[in-house]
Design a binder for this molecule. Structure first.
Ligand code: BTX
Length: 324
């Protein structure tokens, strides 16, 4: 009902009376007033004048379904959006609601107080400055194929960012870089049995409107945001929808024909690693290897001491002294 009231207000440039809305929607005027108060709480600036009614003056920069849906073309991804002003971590929350939530549910927060990267690392997620979201999926694929969805997600984000005409690269397996600095990180988590995935949570963090001065000293040189690179604020609502649109299109193709070729092509053509020397860190050791390519199964092909090997996941950083 709140969304319907919002739509009426959005489609009118003059005042709409409470009576008119209550007739149109078949609810009482006090119910209308309650929903208007809720909208005000969410940040909508709504002027109300006795005998005239209500007028929408300003729409907040928030990533609710009401605000994103105008740009969304998906069938099911993002059709159920759970939006929070502040939450510990969207991935953490998505996992707690996974069993009772529909496939394609998206959890979005304006701020994360304990955003997480891989291996429990911190993901800085300041309020209203980024896109911090998790896509919940229940695919009928083997757990051993789940890593492919990280690459598919990276390619979807790449596609959505392409229009900004920046030097964007995909750093296998889970980062997007602009001018060699991290603008986006992806964290895929899974609940599975041996041969069956119960659910997957794909967390996407994108630095959108963060200023350089807002990154701490540890991130200043290795992180960037779209605003830093472009010089002006970016529409987070549209970008969120574009990522979900691109994601669903690649994902449906993958589910239908087990075809990941399009995502692979994007990841290969825009790779930050291919033909470069990288430092690979495993729990046991550190070594330098040359990246040859990305295989059809989305593993990284490396040449290590003359031997061709494949990595399914891992910590890979560019080894600047050896770059070709
Ligand atoms: P990662 O382990 O590859 O990267 C984490 C590292 O990135 C940190 O140790 C730090 O050096 C750096 N870092 C931290 N915050 C930022 C930032 N905002 N921008 C650039 N670099 C940063 C990458 O893990 C996966 C991150 C996924 C984040 C999403 S947000 C929505 C969802 N919820 C959640 O808790 N995590 C995911």
């Amino acid at each position: 009902m709140k969304s319907k009231i919002l739509n009426i207000l959005k489609s009118s440039d003059t005042y709409v009376s409470g009576e008119e809305m209550s007739k149109k929607l078949g609810i009482s005027r006090s119910a209308i007033w309650k929903h208007i108060s809720q909208l005000k709480n969410e940040g909508y600036v709504i002027e109300s004048i006795t005998n005239n009614g209500y007028k929408l003056i300003e729409t907040p920069d928030i990533l609710t379904y009401d605000e994103i849906s105008q740009y969304l073309h998906t069938q099911f991804v993002g059709r159920n959006i759970l939006h929070f002003k502040k939450i510990e971590s969207t991935n953490k929350y998505a996992k707690t609601i996974a069993n009772e939530s529909v496939d394609g549910t998206v959890v979005i927060a304006e701020e994360q107080t304990a955003g997480r990267g891989r291996l429990g690392r911190q993901w800085v997620s300041p309020q209203g400055k980024g896109i911090w979201m998790s896509i919940l999926l229940k695919p009928d694929i083997l757990p051993t194929d789940a890593h492919k969805l990280t690459l598919l997600t990276a390619s979807s984000v790449f596609n959505a960012l392409k229009e900004y005409k920046l030097d964007i690269k995909i750093k296998w397996p889970n980062d997007i870089l602009i001018n060699n600095k991290k603008v986006c990180g992806i964290l895929t988590e899974m609940s599975a049995e041996l041969n069956k995935i119960n659910f997957l949570v794909i967390g996407i963090g994108i630095n959108v409107n963060i200023e350089k001065s807002e990154f701490g000293d540890d991130l200043k040189d290795k992180a960037t945001s779209l605003k830093i690179e472009i010089g002006n604020d970016i529409n987070r609502k549209k970008l969120t929808a574009e990522i979900l649109n691109n994601f669903e299109s690649l994902y449906l193709q993958f589910l239908k024909n087990n075809d990941i070729s399009k995502a692979l092509e994007i990841a290969r053509n825009n790779s930050a690693l291919i033909n470069n020397y990288v430092e690979i860190t495993t729990p046991q050791t550190n070594y330098v290897a040359k990246v040859i390519g990305i295989a059809d199964d989305c593993t990284l092909i490396i040449e290590n001491n003359g031997k061709i090997e494949r990595l399914i996941s891992g910590e890979v950083s560019l080894h600047t002294n050896y770059n070709t």
